[in-house]
Design a protein around this ligand. Structure first.
Ligand code: C2E
Ligand code: CA
Ligand code: CA
Length: 566
């Protein structure tokens, strides 16, 4: 048990008194007995035997220097050669000034002069030393990461300051090192191999930074950082790490990615240094041809833009800078294509940046969870439009809204949607929910139960981006949904490439088997439309018919449609 735990448990600490004169031993024992458990030895040799057997349990040693058999100096010298014993504080008992200086120089913790002072002073002196050593041990126990033996986050940040102070004239780089698809290593090879990979990288990095007077840390999972004198590290470090992994991983050459923030020492913001290296590192995530990236203008611009969007979001919602657009979907099974429904798609009309497409902010807000605010804004607006059109034109145009993966995990989602349609007085059938296929594959059991609940309330579910989420056929038959939205990648070459055509034919067959409606997205050309019509596709959405329109333009479309019908 460590001293730290002992101190927390209020256990009596154990102290060894080593003195050849019995009277001295008794005097000290008397003083200490109330607060400590006392062990006694009459010379170095006896003391060594006790120390060996009490290794992990000794809190401090009070040591006389001049003794027969083995003196205090020799005893202390032996302690220093033992990894555990050398950490026990030794307090020298002496009446000789010269010996005091000599022993302090040897590295003893303190001394207590003979003859003994008032007991309170001795107790206080010992107490202070014990405290000091225990604090020091707590620090050494917590500053290292147990898997890799590198610093942990807290101490890395602390030592960064020290490195800066010691080498103020050197430029230093911050390097982030990550393992590609680390969770897959854990999943396929087991946690033990996962840990071995981390430990190996840790050893390699440690060796590397030592050569450059740098420091290194592992934060959570597979996030390593190096803070190191500036140099051409990229290739050298990369090769070193890949080499060290050769024995453990077959594909060690493509396993590592690194992000480098050059001259990080010029930036006084410590958190930023880490962020920038990390951002650079993640800019090549999923890109297996590049394994090193530098933090540069482009990343910094993207970073600034994203920060601005995050910062501006609440205000934008308040000021209704977001506009909901509607892209019509046409039913094509009849002779003439007929306006059937629409998808609500968000646009941000930013006061300074102009119109921002969702491709720029949706993934960002999905990452940090802000998406749920945006989505709710769209849901309410879309429901309002459905109600408005019903009132103004006497027809119901069903509108589908996008539901992010994160929304699917929110409690009471079904009640929320119910409240939205109730509030606007619209029919649940006219409010469709698009859920991306990949959401289904991620947290299946959970998503399925949410979707079931929604369908019980009468909501219909469109599986969005179908074909990009890697659902197996087997899985598909178990997933509840009403509409399959064929992703545009399948539509793109359908008119020109035999294989693409065959694939869509196959998907249409599955849809028929599952008894779901098929919507094809991203139809731009007449040829694509015609092929899809021939294949029996039910609904089409795409530039061929119309781009997403603002509410007013969509209303013109409705008017035209009604006029057409009459
Ligand atoms: P999505 O849900 O797959 O939406 C279809 C996207 O394809 C829309 O892009 C639409 O404008 C575009 N598109 C439609 N027809 C064509 C075509 O013929 N050719 C081409 N090249 N593109 C076509 P948009 O509006 O930029 O939205 C992009 C993505 O942003 C959406 O993909 C969706 O994932 C997300 N998104 C948009 N609005 C929302 C929202 O309110 N909430 C959430 N969570 N995501 C949204
Ligand atoms: Ca969609
Ligand atoms: Ca889609």
């Amino acid at each position: 048990m460590s001293d730290f735990v002992k101190s927390r448990l209020n256990m009596k600490r154990r102290i060894l008194i080593v003195d050849d004169e019995e009277i001295n031993r008794m005097l000290l024992e008397n003083i200490l007995a109330k607060d400590y458990e006392v062990l006694l030895a009459a010379n170095g040799k006896e003391a060594l035997e006790i120390a060996e057997s009490e290794k992990e349990r000794l809190t401090a040693i009070l040591l006389d220097l001049r003794m027969p058999v083995m003196d205090g100096y020799e005893f202390f010298g032996i302690l220093q050669k033992d990894e555990v014993l050398k950490n026990i504080p030794v307090i020298v008992l002496t009446s000789d000034r010269e010996a005091e200086v000599k022993s302090l120089n040897m590295g003893v913790a303190d001394f207590i002069p003979k003859p003994y002072d008032v007991p309170e002073v001795i107790l206080a002196r010992i107490g202070r030393i014990v405290q000091l050593y225990e604090d020091r041990n707590i620090i050494t126990a917590t500053q290292y990461d147990s898997v890799t033996d590198l610093f942990n986050r807290e101490y890395f940040l602390e030592y960064e300051t020290i490195v800066d102070q010691y080498y103020p004239e050197d430029q230093k780089d911050m390097i982030a090192v990550n393992v590609n698809r680390f969770h897959v290593i854990n999943a396929t090879h087991g946690l033990e191999i996962g840990d071995e990979v981390l430990a190996t990288i840790g050893r390699c990095i440690k060796k590397y930074v030592q050569a450059y007077y740098g420091i290194a840390a592992r934060f959570d999972a597979d996030n390593f950082y190096l803070y190191i004198k500036s140099d051409d590290h990229a290739q050298r470090l990369y090769d070193a790490i890949c080499n060290s992994l050769k024995e453990i991983l077959e594909d060690s050459d493509s396993r590592i990615r690194m992000g480098i923030y050059k001259n990080a020492s010029a930036n006084a913001d410590y958190a930023r240094r880490l962020d920038y290296a990390h951002l650079a590192c993640n800019s090549i995530k999923g890109n297996y041809t590049e394994h090193v990236a530098y933090y540069d203008d482009e990343i910094s611009k993207k970073e600034n833009r994203e920060e601005k969007l995050i910062h501006d979001l609440d205000r934008a919602l308040e000021e209704e800078q977001f506009k909901v657009f509607f892209q019509p979907k046409y039913a094509i099974r009849s002779e003439e294509p007929k306006l059937a429904s629409a998808e609500a798609l968000i646009r941000w009309v930013h006061p300074e940046l102009g119109m921002i497409s969702p491709g720029l902010f949706i993934p960002l807000f999905e990452d940090n969870g802000l998406i749920s605010k945006v989505d709710r804004y769209v849901w309410k607006n879309a429901a309002k439009q459905v109600a408005k059109w019903k009132k103004e034109y006497g027809i119901s145009i069903p509108v589908s809204v996008n539901v992010s993966r994160m929304d699917m995990l929110s409690e009471n989602l079904a009640e929320e949607f119910q409240a939205i349609v109730d509030e606007e007085g619209i029919d649940v059938h006219n409010f469709l929910l698009e859920v991306t296929e990949s959401a289904y594959t991620n947290d299946q059991a959970n998503i399925i139960s949410v979707v079931k609940e929604l369908r019980e309330k009468g909501f219909r579910i469109e599986m969005d981006d179908f074909g990009t989420g890697y659902s197996s056929l087997n899985m598909l038959t178990n997933l509840p949904f009403d509409v399959l939205k064929l992703d545009m990648v399948f539509v793109r070459n359908i008119h020109s490439d035999e294989r693409a055509l065959k694939l869509v034919e196959f998907i249409m067959e599955i849809a028929r088997y599952l008894n779901v409606t098929v919507v094809a997205e991203g139809v731009e050309l007449k040829e694509q439309y015609e092929v899809l019509k021939d294949l029996g596709c039910d609904v089409i959405q795409g530039y061929y018919f119309s781009k997403p329109l603002c509410a007013e333009d969509f209303e013109k479309l409705i008017e035209k449609e009604i006029g057409h019908d009459n």
